[in-house]
Design a protein around this ligand. Sequence first.
Ligand code: SF4
Length: 287
Amino acid sequence: MVDIDKYAGFCFGVTKAIGSAENELAKHGSAYCLGKIVHNQKEENRLEKLGLHTIDRNEMLANPPSRMMVRAHGEPPSTYAEAKRLGITVVDETCPVVLKLQELIAQKYINESDCKVVIFGKKGHAEVNGLVGQTEGNAIVVSSVEEAEKLNIDGKIALFSQTTADYLLYLQVAEVLKRKNAKVEVHETVCGSVKNRIPRLKEFCEKYEVVIFVSDEASSNGRMLYDVCRSANPKSYFVTEVADLHDEWFVGCDNVGISGANSTPSWLLEDVRKQCCEIIKSRNNGD
Ligand code: SF4
């Protein structure tokens, strides 16, 4: 038995952005996206073949396209201002969940000048840059419990997290800050698409002898969800593609679960499932 986790694969925000890219490509023959549309190189390659060009900020400034997609992670206000100045039509695919978080942070920053905005997330991550941009660059980003321990702020703090942050780690960071400062307001901003997967993934991993987790190394939620797999089932293996599968993982095992990140395309999960079936079949045939 080789099953795919029904909760694995594109979340709502990524599905929407990829659908929009496919529409743009069908309509215009090519499209430009600021930054990688999804943290999965295999899916990037598929869309590149259809005519999607990924550009960075410098390329946008040096050679502005007439239309440009903003991916689900969102962008800081400065990007929209630059695009307007350069006459670029923005196809904004910022995920509605990220958009709501951006607005929440912007409101906090504008309306409560005595409150310091702290964001738990990965420094330099596109979504985090977009969130920091809502505070004119004044928010503090913490990426670990250790960094939270070193933070000394006397006044009010509004704590937010990147939507794809590790939820359990976020709770720890919140506890550290609350211990040091009674005036911490904690906002539950880890996305349900990530947070709700943790208990479901644990349950899924416990049902199988071997778990194959499919993700790109660059996916934040992929790394975090793979840790969940390993804690629930020590026979969990991380792969980015079919070629990473090893026959010896399946010795004496007929019961395999396949899961993946919120940025793993369903076609890749299916390719991995088929190859696992092949490995088990040829072993059973004594090949
Ligand atoms: S993880 Fe949540 S916030 Fe992030 S793109 Fe997906 S649905 Fe949107």
